[in-house]
Design a protein around this ligand. Structure first.
Ligand code: NAD
Length: 398
């Protein structure tokens, strides 16, 4: 129950986003009165009408249930935030043109909410942030005469699978005072029993390390892939053979485009935090961002691309998502635009007016690159026209 002073137990600022919305849905499904606040009025309208603005496993059904139960509300009016006991802030935190963290997003979001904040509230930061940001937010509030408690509790679930992962993964909780910590523990305690306490700056760094580690793992295997391919060797056979009954290699990922809104920019945030001495992180960036050009180069070895039509199959940043943010399929497309006569792109989930149906790509393309390993592409090999060459780093075609 929210205290008598507050109508909502939770308000989620940026609550129509990829992280904010699943979290709001889950908390509301536990019976806690939850308000979503977002500046994207179109997304607010969609959530209010019971339509998910993007794909997320199991979310559509949960949204319908929460709305029917009356535990979830959605608004683009910041004054409603005054009625929320706990506020979670989860807006995007991009890097800038120098690949340094952009510090504007969080103060900009807070500025709009400021008139509706009070000492009795608790703000939990959940965006992935540059270490020290939570302390800056606390100081920012104090300078404006507010004693609001500040906590930092990073999000570590995988987009698309977050509803399941919330209950399976531990939650890191941190705060500057006991009141903030207790509120965070109570809130996330309704989603998981496994809570890990840290200091705010430790938690901020832990989140960056989590994403940078993943990015480096992908880069490592991608470099192995390039070494094998360059030497005319089948990397999938090498990987499968090496992993077979060999536990020390069990967790090595498969090669593929390491993209999306988080891994790259969080590795760059960590690089900025280490005064650009994070050599492994920067090397990982060069490998992962260099992979599209390598794949095109390999395709070009199979057939000259000048004068040809090339198809890119799959444009989402990872399998089964409709999210094209920072997808390397678009980088492949850019490179191909310089080399081929025509580039056709397709995806069953992504909304992009330049995409064409898969059937058209299969009919008209002389060469293909698999951009995203959506499940439905398995078995596609049998549908390729004779003579069509392809690059399939994911080995989805088999
Ligand atoms: N996407 C992921 O898988 C993931 C996972 C873990 C952490 N994160 C982190 O979570 C944060 C959010 O990522 P996301 O993918 O959900 O971004 P997103 O762009 O999908 O969502 C952000 C939402 O915030 C809203 N917003 C922007 N400015 C606002 C403001 N001033 N007031 C209210 N709402 C505002 C936007 O309209 C949008 O709906 C980032 O820091 C990201 O690094 C993302």
């Amino acid at each position: 129950m929210a205290s008598a002073q507050f109508h909502y137990q939770l308000g989620v600022i940026g609550g129509c986003g990829h992280v904010g919305l699943p979290l709001a849905l889950l908390v509301a499904s536990k019976g806690k009165s939850t308000l979503i606040y977002d500046i994207n009025s179109q997304a607010v309208g969609s959530v209010r009408a019971g339509r998910m603005p993007f794909e997320e496993d199991g979310a559509a059904a949960l949204l319908e249930r929460d709305l029917a139960a009356g535990t979830l509300s959605c608004t683009d009016d910041p004054s409603e935030l005054a009625r929320c006991q706990i506020l979670i802030l989860i807006v995007g935190t991009p890097v800038d043109e120098h690949l340094n963290p952009s510090f504007d997003a969080i103060p900009r979001a807070l500025e709009k909410c400021l008139p509706f904040l009070s000492d009795e509230q608790i703000i939990i930061l959940r965006s992935t942030v540059y270490p020290g940001t939570s302390a800056k937010v606390r100081d920012w509030l104090r300078e404006r005469g507010l004693e609001t408690s500040v906590a930092f509790c990073p999000e570590r679930v995988a987009q698309g699978h977050s509803l399941r992962e919330f209950s399976e993964l531990p939650q890191i909780v941190s705060a500057f005072d006991e009141r903030g910590l207790e509120a965070a523990k109570e809130l996330f305690g309704c989603l998981t029993t496994d809570l890990v306490e840290m200091q705010p700056m430790e938690a901020e760094l832990a989140k960056l390390i989590t994403n940078a580690w993943r990015y480096i793992q992908f880069a490592t295997v991608n470099q192995f892939y390039m070494i094998a391919e360059k030497n005319g060797l089948d990397f999938d056979r090498i990987l499968e053979g090496s992993k077979h009954n060999y536990p020390r290699l069990a967790s090595i990922p498969a090669p593929g485009f390491a993209a999306g809104p988080c891994l790259f920019k969080d590795t760059m945030q960590l690089a900025a935090f280490s005064q650009n001495q994070f050599f492994i992180g920067h090397s990982a960036m060069l490998v992962n961002e260099g992979l599209p050009a390598f794949v095109v180069e390999q395709l070009e070895k199979k057939t000259p691309l000048a004068g040809k039509t090339v198809g890119v199959i799959g444009m989402g940043f990872k399998a089964e998502t409709d999210d094209p943010r920072s997808s390397l399929s678009y980088k492949v497309k850019k490179i191909l635009n310089m080399k081929a006569r025509r580039v056709l792109t397709t995806d069953p989930f992504v909304k992009d007016s330049t995409l064409v149906p898969l059937e058209q790509v299969l009919l008209e393309a002389d060469a293909l690159i698999i951009g995203t390993p959506h499940k439905q592409y398995r078995g596609l090999k049998g549908k390729l026209r004779p003579g069509v060459v392809f690059m399939d780093i994911w080995n989805i075609l088999g």
